[in-house]
Design a protein around this ligand. Structure first.
Ligand SMILES: [Zn+2]
Length: 118
């Protein structure tokens, strides 16, 4: 399952971020996932619960922020949502756009951890 390798990478990276901060267990991880990133949020949540087992993220919550895919129309100087499945034609002038501005994100934007035990 594709989401499991992503969830494993999220668990590893978030654990490293917390360790670099001298923190203990991670309580919350926030990720931004674009509509076109090819990740199903429900599947990612499920995979995260598998991947976090036995790690400093064992009790962590995963928050997925979905990012709408938007493209830029130079003729109209505006962005438009491309939707799902993506449709790259400007709704105003009906011209195709190749300028995707958002929607491919797959990144950790926040890690909250409890202080390390003394
Ligand atoms: Zn346009």
């Amino acid at each position: 399952m594709h989401e499991l390798s992503i969830a494993t990478a999220i668990v590893e990276q978030a654990g490293e971020i917390a360790r670099a901060d001298g923190a203990g267990d991670v309580s919350l991880v926030t990720v931004r996932v674009g509509e076109l990133a090819g990740v199903v949020p429900d599947a990612l949540h499920f995979a995260f619960e598998v991947a976090r087992d036995g790690t400093p993220l064992a009790a962590a919550e995963l928050v997925v922020e979905q990012v709408t895919a938007r493209a830029w129309c130079g003729a109209c100087a505006r962005e438009f949502a491309v939707g799902m499945p993506p449709f790259f034609w400007c709704p105003d002038c009906d011209r195709p756009s190749r300028d995707l501005r958002s929607g491919r994100e797959l990144e950790i934007t926040g890690v909250e951890a409890v202080p390390a035990p003394r």
